[in-house]
Design a protein around this ligand. Sequence first.
Ligand code: FAD
Length: 315
Amino acid sequence: MTMAIKSTSGLLGQLPSVRGELRAYVPLARYTWFRVGGPAEVLFTPADSDDLSGFLKDCPKNIPITVIGLGSNLLIRDGGIPGVVIRLVRGLSVVRCVDDEIVAGAGALSVRVSRLAALAGIGGLEFLSGVPGSIGGAVRMNAGAYGKDVSDVLVSAVAIDRAGLSWERTAEEFCFSYRKSLGLAKDTIVIAARFRGYAETSGKITERMDEIQQFRFGSQPVRDRTGGSTFTNPPQDEAWRLIDSAGCRGLRLGGALVSEKHCNFLVNTGSATAADIECLGEEVRRRVFHKTGTRLEWEIQRLGCHDRWAESCNA
Ligand SMILES: Cc1cc2nc3c(=O)[nH]c(=O)nc-3n(C[C@H](O)[C@H](O)[C@H](O)COP(=O)(O)OP(=O)(O)OC[C@H]3O[C@@H](n4cnc5c(N)ncnc54)[C@H](O)[C@@H]3O)c2cc1C
């Protein structure tokens, strides 16, 4: 996407008024698990879905819009994100049980959905307790773990487009595949989702959630500054195995490190820039290709510009 935006205050002046919050030049690093990256030219936190809809309807269409969730699968580049970044995590976060389904706002944390399902005796959603992030991010990424993903449990989701129009789509309409929702256009925002499971005792569900937590803490660097799985698994293989066989476990570049604990995770050791992390990821891809002939594909979503307020950038 090519864009040319230079003036921060100028952009705020072009935006419609909202009930939520519009702030210029907001550092985004604190909103990502990696804790790196530059600012949003403008950060919008909508008060609710009507506020978001009204904003999208009246926002000039030449202004780029980017949505972020909890930032657990994101690498925001050091130059930041031009245009408006929309963050739903503070608003749109209600989770409730309706009959035998769980309905959640896109800003709700996935773990809250699995906890409410456990209380309500709805089995099958416990894998969401092992996926950090928001429901909007989980739908976009078709997040999954331990043999299940969102496509197995989603009944439908409400999405809102660039014109501010919202509509409910069935799970089939999202055309889910491994870590992808091909039916969801890039500039369309998920605002709520409905999940179904099966009847199960709360005790059994909680037991499985405890097992998931133990497994995660034992196998993933969950206490580090990371972005989850860096690369998707190639067909019939596992990214971590290829990375290991290419000798990349423990590889460092600046403040970025290939995790010793799980080598498909990159870690910010404290002083990394987004460029360190992205370059280290590219170096891993290069070595894996050289060693195995397989081209790893990024699972982490890389957003924004390498240089601040660049004339153009590829988001
Ligand atoms: C320690 C750790 C472990 C992880 N383990 C797993 C795992 O086991 N399985 C797994 O699948 N993932 C895992 N992840 C990755 C991540 O947790 C998931 O992809 C999560 O669902 C992302 O949600 P988020 O809210 O953080 O999205 P973000 O990281 O903020 O965004 C991810 C993408 O979703 C888009 N997006 C966010 N919200 C919306 C919305 N409302 N509408 C439309 N698009 C949106 C963003 O634009 C971006 O492209 C892990 C991450 C970490 C840090």
